[in-house]
Write a protein that binds this ligand. Structure first.
Ligand code: SF4
Length: 319
């Protein structure tokens, strides 16, 4: 039996995914040449790591084993994951630890704001684990974090990447009322793959969440992303684009799924770069203001530069 070992936390022998430990290994094909990443060894990386540690913060960059960490942290771009490092869901693609999370830390919003200040970020992305155990799914904590960053770093634009708040009535409204600049919620995959990839979520609910944000506050940019290589068909990706446009979503990201461990969903296929370029082209024709599609695209990758482009694109069409 293979044990999935926690490589991030200080208790390395705790299985990171107890629910996956007894699953058979899922074998993925070898990585192609176009999936190449820089090893995280630079001074900028070390500085970012120090600020994250000093403030006792968790990042999705580390927890999800993101391939872009060397590049992003070198530029002091980190995505903070609030409400702990343990998720109440157990998606088949995700490397974040599964289990029962601890209590919320009341001063976490201030710590995130302080780290944003110290990193000198013009744009910050804040995400979280799923907190199905909390009555509001963690919505108020998200809102407090947005307000704390606004107070400490008024010039910084704020992007939230939220869970789906399934069965948490009123949660989404709490986050939207705090007025993030970008509200991101990832669909992750096409609807036909939900049961295998994202079994705790509902495709229509996620689409509706994004649509609702726009209804509440049309000034907030909405954003969503999917991974490819999970067994989806091209026509299904195009359908997702149409569904997102029906919900008035502004920004689409598409990246290659990479398998965190052999206990996770297998990579069914490495999508070549020219297919990503094709997706990007089609998505623009469907009316997205911004599209980022490439093998290493992740929702928070280059998020600051993309936000500037997003704003410029909106300004251009409203002239
Ligand atoms: S792409 Fe996002 S999650 Fe990955 S290292 Fe960069 S900021 Fe972190």
């Amino acid at each position: 039996m293979v044990v999935v070992v926690d490589t991030v936390s200080a208790t390395p022998l705790r299985p990171r995914h107890p629910e996956k430990v007894n699953r058979p290994d899922a074998l993925s094909p070898p990585k192609p040449d176009w999936i190449r990443v820089r090893a995280p060894t630079t001074r900028g990386y070390a500085d970012t790591r120090a600020i994250v540690r000093e403030n006792g913060l968790v990042t999705v960059c580390e927890e999800a084993g993101c391939p872009n960490i060397g590049e992003c942290w070198d530029k002091k771009h980190a995505t903070f994951m609030i409400m702990g490092d343990t998720c109440t869901r157990a998606c088949a693609f995700c490397n974040v630890k599964t289990g029962l999370p601890g209590a919320l830390e009341a001063d976490e919003p201030e710590h995130v704001a302080e780290a944003t200040f110290k990193l000198g970020l013009a744009h910050i992305v804040v995400t979280s684990v799923d907190r199905d155990d909390l009555a509001d799914g963690g919505a108020e904590h998200f809102a407090k974090t947005i307000r704390a960053i606004r107070a400490r770093c008024p010039a910084t634009s704020i992007e939230v990447l939220t869970p789906d708040f399934l069965r948490k009535d009123g949660a989404l409204e709490i986050v939207a009322a705090a007025k993030p600049d970008v509200f991101n919620h990832n669909l992750e995959t096409v609807p036909s793959r939900y049961l295998s990839v994202r079994p705790g979520a509902r495709y229509f609910h996620s689409i509706r969440l994004l649509q609702r944000v726009k209804e509440i506050d049309p000034a907030i940019f909405t954003k969503s992303g999917i991974m490819v290589g999970l067994g989806e068909e091209r026509h299904e990706v195009l359908q997702v684009m149409d569904d997102l446009r029906s919900a008035d979503v502004d920004f689409l990201t598409i990246g290659q799924y990479l398998q965190p461990t052999r206990k996770h969903h297998a990579v069914m296929r490495y999508v070549p770069p020219d297919e990503f370029a094709g997706y990007e082209k089609v998505a623009y024709t469907k009316g997205f203001l911004m599209v980022s599609a490439s093998p290493l695209t992740r929702s928070s990758h280059h998020a600051g530069d993309d936000f500037a482009r997003l704003r410029a694109a909106r300004a251009a069409i409203s002239r």
